[in-house]
Design a protein around this ligand. Sequence first.
Ligand code: URA
Length: 268
Amino acid sequence: MSLDLDSRRRAMLAEMGLKLFEPPGVPGGDEAASHEPARPAGLKPATGGAVHVPAPMSIAREAAPESVSSRPGVGLMGWDALEQAVAACRACRLCEGRRNAVFGVGDRQADWLIVGEAPGENEDLQGEPFVGQDGKLLDNMLKALGLDRHHKVYIANALKCRPPGNRNPEPQEVALCEPFLRRQVELLQPKIILAMGRFAVQSLLGSADPIGKLRGRAHQYMGVPVIVTFHPAYLLRNLPDKAKAWADLCLAQEVMRAQPAAGAPAGR
Ligand code: URA
């Protein structure tokens, strides 16, 4: 398969610290290392990595996980009511330390839904997801696809409140917050979901498998294809894996483009 990337995309790949080589191969799925984001993550200078673009893959059908919480009413809420419910939520103890619940940001008619893990300190302060160094990398990754966080993209987290000291979210916390994410998906009806990191995967797919095992094919959440990739904070610490992340983005774009247009039967 040959690549047909225009100069803008090449420039953005360079911005991500990636080089292009051809012919590309299918990315490996054999990462044994932890793919959890570093906390806190420091921005490191970009170094070159090689870009592999996967061949088209078939969509693997997987059932959406059941939440441990029924959360009556959430499934009927519109955007504003949902945002207010998140801001007022006291379902778990994360509410005790939050300065802001972080609902999500972006285009409510988005094709792309990016799902991260949980707010960190900056996000908790500003009330917006991915505003730190990992957010800058995410913005660059989106730019490489000709996207930005306000157009055709919506960004949300699996957890809406910051875990104290940026500790890992607990399974119960992920499960209690899942109905909010689920409703965001229902309202958005995105064409593609990009699940970044282990806790996004846990919430959307109910899977504890490593990222390396889940990459390279489309999963399903409520009928929407889900592509699994590394968390940006992990990529800041593991620069060679940026090439794999780029392959994941290319796969996501390919799967997204295969979805019915807005207004078609599955549209909004
Ligand atoms: N990491 C995430 O997963 N989400 C954020 O909003 C910020 C950092």
